[in-house]
Design a protein around this ligand. Sequence first.
Ligand code: PLP
Length: 433
Amino acid sequence: PSRSDIHYFGAGPAPLPTAVLERASQALLNYNDKGIGLCEISHRSPEANQILTDAKVSLTNLLDIPDDYEILFLQAGGSGEFSAVVYHMVSVWVEKRRKRAEQETKSEGGSEQDLEAKVLERLRKEVKEELRLDYLVSGSWSLKASQEAARLIGPEHINVAFDARKANEGKFGRIPPESEWKLTPRKPGAALTYFCDNETVDGVEFPSFPQCLEADSEEDAPLVIADMSSNFISRKVDVKKYAAIFGGAQKNVGNAGVTIVIVRKSLLPPTSPLAASPLLRSLNLPVGPIVLDWPTIAKNNSLYNTLPIFDVWIAGQVMSGLMETYGDKRISGQQEVSDQKAKLLYGALDKDSQVYHVVPDKSVRSRMNICFRVHGGDSEKEKEFLAGAEKRGLTGLKGHRSVGGMRASNYNAVSLEGVEKLVRYLEDYAQGS
Ligand code: PLP
């Protein structure tokens, strides 16, 4: 089959706009008439710098990112950021505590050496008693992120505010009411409060920013970190509410190879990682690899080491394409289309509920990854469903291996036409059942 015969609903890597890929094939051979391709030029060339600037501008415009936020491009994927957020936010926490301890200890008087020893002693106590990282475990990816955090700094520092599998027969598929979340109290506060905005495997998406994480005042605002790998640039986001947002590009933004971080500048301290690491080591806290160190990446305009500039170019092309398509509506234009496509799919599944069962609870259904079972998960019927879909050029519908079932991923590049074809198939299959 040719590209135009297929509608691919895989969860990532996922389809890209055909026009971008056509331009990409040219850019690989001969970028901007330079006689050399984009994968063959230096990441420090003027062309590469322009690509980086353009991608940042497009993302800033699309999401209305305030000036006091920095955009970083890194490698290591969403999983790399599971680790990076821990290294980074723990060091921010330590630095804040160190400053406070130093100030308060200084006012007590004593020699310089005494001061250092007292600060260290106090910090050791605070780390033990107060260093907490809050994780909202709403699906497989936030679970993985919380496990990585526990591996890096020890489970005693991880506070699982909720595990959505509890009270749901051991399975993901709901988000408990906020009144049941066990967050670390705002004073002293958690070093980070982490959630995954859209759980790709389980089809669970936060309907909106959690009310209980809203800031009462600037001082006690929770330091919210969100993984938006699978719903990045698909809806409006109030960036100001987050300490940082991250996402791998390979679902809505581009191809695998580049990860985007949007981080509040005030959380990128000027302290060099070399200066901070001895203290972290004496507190038995981990010192992360330099390529994951956000302040270092920021200071070097994402060019600390070789950045896959072709991947950044693709992401930039996709984002500027959205700006062209939706004009002044910006991301709200994409949101309307994403919502409309998701509504069509859920509508068809709900209509034939004797054949289809949507896995997650209605209140948290993802607009991006639509997870459902066919005939109660009967394996022969599900195989038959997939084979029938494939015959119509509807591919990539098999659910994640860990949960089984079906998953129709509805990322930005999945066309309305493709969704309508899938809806027709859902109806026809149900009628023939
Ligand atoms: N977070 C989410 C929500 C994901 O869907 C994925 C991958 O599918 C990841 C993180 C991990 O991303 P990566 O494979 O780029 O490490």
